[in-house]
Design a protein around this ligand. Structure first.
Ligand SMILES: [Zn+2]
Ligand SMILES: [Zn+2]
Length: 153
């Protein structure tokens, strides 16, 4: 029996979450993990109960969709909402985070970022991660291809 690794398991979870994204511009998923347990998850989407980009189109200002909350922020805010500590946690994201999410991840006390796909990786983000002592680890995964191997489908 082939056992999947923790990295494969948590990153697969983020890729599954990305499939729940409601913004047509980018499907992103994020999973927050502490002591090898999933404590929160998020995807790129609107506020709860709000209009979805997939129904109403994106609300674009300065080439950014302002309707959505990024997956990483949604996962962090889920922890805030339910009072779950993120200190020394880890986050698995399908795409390298934007600068705003990078700062939020650092400030939430997360110590390791695992990302699957490069996405406009900003050099300032790497500088901030260095200053904050956050490890950034590339975990390549394409769920649609890897799932066939993992689940034998
Ligand atoms: Zn959108
Ligand atoms: Zn972001």
């Amino acid at each position: 029996m082939d056992r999947i690794s923790w990295n494969e398991y948590f990153m697969a979870q983020s890729h599954l979450l990305a499939m729940r994204s409601t913004c047509t511009r980018l499907s992103v998923g994020a999973t927050i993990v502490r002591d090898k347990r999933i404590i929160a998850g998020g995807y790129n989407g609107s506020i709860a109960g709000g209009d979805h980009c997939i129904d109403q189109g994106c609300y674009v200002i300065d080439n950014h969709c302002v309707r959505t909350i990024h997956a990483e922020m949604n996962a962090l805010l889920q922890c805030a909402k339910f009072g779950v500590p993120t200190e020394k946690a880890e986050i698995y994201v399908t795409h390298f985070p934007c600068l705003q999410c990078c700062k939020a991840i650092i400030q939430a006390g997360i110590k390791t970022i695992y990302y699957s796909m490069d996405y406009k990786n900003h050099p300032y983000a790497m500088e901030l991660f260095g200053q904050a002592g956050v490890d950034v680890i590339h975990v390549p995964m394409n769920l649609k291809e890897d799932a066939r191997e993992l689940f034998g489908i």
